[in-house]
Design a protein around this ligand. Structure first.
Ligand code: IMP
Ligand code: MG
Length: 176
């Protein structure tokens, strides 16, 4: 499809994302039956995934957000910077990290280490998308929505220079 001067091809359709988000919500609801986990969304990318995920949960939950920067355009800078920390006290809490996409693995590693320092009861990591061919991870990701090829994607929260986050499906950019 054409979108403001870009040619986009669908990678994951809206309906398939919604179906998977509901499956993930079911898993989480079963895992934390009778508990109230705190979901930590990584801004900005995960806000749409987080919004859909929490509304599909059967359990109660709390949520907070953390904001990092590691990307410029479509190129990773290789460093992670904390822009906004969580406000909640996560000591002795069941923490669920909600990420949009794991590319190099740098961001998720930074967040996991930071959360661990606060002494939570447990940490569960969820990512909607994972690029297994490029991600370097020395710990398991508990729930992966979809594995994708190592290509740059946009939509469903994911941006290209802060744009295209609001597209309901996930697309690759074919050309400008
Ligand atoms: P990592 O630290 O390299 O794993 O990158 C993670 C962060 O980079 C994600 O939270 C996204 O914000 C961003 N990112 C990585 N790959 C993509 C992509 O294909 N499209 C849009 N953003 C991406
Ligand atoms: Mg992100």
């Amino acid at each position: 499809m054409h979108f403001h001067g870009y040619e986009l091809s669908p990678v994951i359709f809206d309906e398939d994302i919604q179906k998977r988000v509901h499956e993930i919500a079911k898993k989480l609801s079963e895992k934390f039956k009778d508990e109230v986990p705190i979901l930590i969304g990584i801004l900005n990318g995960s806000f749409i995934f987080m919004a859909d995920l929490i509304r599909a949960l059967d359990i109660d939950c709390e949520m907070d957000f953390i904001k990092l920067a590691s990307y410029k355009g479509s190129q990773s800078t290789g460093t992670v910077r904390l822009l906004k920390d969580i406000s909640a006290d996560i000591t002795d809490r069941h923490v669920v990290i909600v990420e949009d996409i794991i590319d190099s693995g740098l961001t998720i590693k930074f967040i996991k280490d930071r959360m661990e320092d606060a002494g939570p009861k447990s940490i569960t990591i969820i990512t909607l998308l994972l690029k297994p061919d490029v991600a370097i991870l020395d710990f398991p990701i508990d729930i992966v929505g979809f594995e994708i090829a190592p290509e740059f994607v946009v939509g469903y929260g994911l941006d290209y220079d802060q744009k295209m986050r609001h597209l309901p499906a996930i697309y690759r950019i074919e050309k400008e």
